[in-house]
Write a protein that binds this ligand. Structure first.
Ligand SMILES: *Cc1c(COP(=O)(O)O)cnc(C)c1O
Length: 380
């Protein structure tokens, strides 16, 4: 038996490559506030993503929170509870009311067919999430947004590197927010970015990430501080050079997982979406206890006993968080509730060895056997 396996492992460039990238900073002493690295990284991202406009921020959360703020919204926002805390918090921290839409049972993203029934005269925006790198029903969401004049702000934290119909997902919606956190497919240690089309929105966002400062003597917005620093931008410049190779390695890991788990009854894997170039960001498995012979929690515990980290992602749903106690009813999003109790994301990173994937799958599959033996014992 080999060592511990964590659920993820951050991608890093070679030490020398990063040192070379930050060398100029010792000459300029310009460490933050939109310096040379920030400018270069922004340009690199524009060309990689094929977008016209992108701004860089400290993290994915501030990308979301300030994007929402930059739109001057009031009222209700339709969103999903099957996401990371950040999505819901970004809405609530803006003084807006989240209205939770249920999810699609196959791809885990917002069920677009349920959006219209949640729209009221207070609805101002839709905040969907491309969960596990699965692309939302972009066309239907945009159709609804256009019909009711709603803004669309995508939480695209999971989709860096994903293309839909040959185009980056960054191009869709009024704003598309990425996270470059250490645990993501592509990282800048901590970091985030927003892609957008409207120049006024871009200017608002730029000011909000720098205290609302318009000019040397004019502060006309109550902004925050969410500027990406030069060291993070330099990390991004380096990591972007290796992104395609990293995604290729992730693909091999995912294929190995599938070779073991695809045909097992009682397991639901991530769908292969039509017209989508995937980034292989996560490997979620939904356990149907009765059919498979073990529950999500039993598998989680068995993996932990073997030194393997898995993550109950996303559990609990954001509409059941303690900080929102009594405010929302999770039974209004039954599919999300069902999935959150049964899903587990297995370890996945570019350098995860295929032998480790074999070992992980072995533990998962043996958990089922043990349980069925136990049931057989009980029947006897
Ligand atoms: C990681 C993540 C965020 C937040 O990004 P940070 O860079 O960690 O602030 C937001 N939404 C989702 C779905 C995420 O996975």
């Amino acid at each position: 038996m080999t060592g511990k396996i964590l659920v993820t492992r951050s991608s890093m460039p070679e030490y020398e490559e990063y040192c070379e990238e930050i060398r100029d900073l010792w000459e300029t002493h310009w460490l933050t506030n939109m310096g040379a690295k920030h400018k270069q990284f922004q340009a690199d991202l524009k060309s990689y993503l094929g977008v016209e406009n992108i701004d860089l921020l400290t993290n994915g959360h501030m990308a979301l929170e300030l994007s929402i703020q930059a739109m001057n919204l009031h009222g209700e926002v339709i969103t999903t509870p099957f996401t990371f805390a950040s999505t819901t918090h970004a809405i609530v921290r803006n003084g807006l009311e989240p209205v939770f839409c249920d999810i699609d049972p196959v791809d885990f993203t917002m069920d677009a067919s349920k959006i219209e029934s949640l729209i009221t005269d207070k609805t101002c925006a839709i905040v969907p999430v491309h969960v596990y790198g699965n692309v939302c029903n972009i066309e239907e969401i945009q159709r609804i947004a256009d019909k009711y004049s709603l803004k669309v702000i995508y939480d695209a934290a999971h989709t860096f590197g994903v293309k839909y119909k040959g185009k980056s997902t960054a191009d869709y919606g009024d704003a598309s927010c990425f996270s470059f956190h250490a645990t993501k497919v592509f990282n800048t240690i901590e970091g985030g970015a927003v892609c957008f089309h409207d120049q006024d929105f871009g200017l608002n966002l730029y000011r909000l990430k720098n205290f609302g400062i318009r000019g040397p003597e004019v502060v006309d917005g109550v902004g925050a501080n969410a500027k990406m620093n030069e060291f993070c931008a330099a990390m991004g410049i380096c990591n972007l050079r290796h992104l395609e190779a990293e995604i290729e390695k992730r693909k091999l890991v995912v294929e190995r997982y599938r070779s073991h788990l695809d045909s097992i009854d009682g397991l639901q894997l991530n769908p292969v979406q039509k017209d989508v170039d995937a980034n292989y960001s996560y490997f979620p498995v939904v356990f149907n206890e009765k059919v498979f012979g073990a529950s999500r929690n039993e598998v989680f515990n068995a993996l932990a006993d073997n030194g393997i980290g898995a993550r109950k992602y996303f559990y609990p749903l954001t509409n059941t968080f303690d900080c929102f106690h009594g405010r929302y009813d999770e039974h209004k999003t039954p599919t999300a509730l069902h999935m959150s109790k049964r899903v587990l994301t297995l370890p996945l990173y570019a350098d995860l060895s295929l032998e480790d994937v074999d070992r992980i799958c072995d533990v998962v599959l043996k958990t089922a056997k043990k349980t069925s033996v136990r049931i057989a014992d009980m029947i006897r």
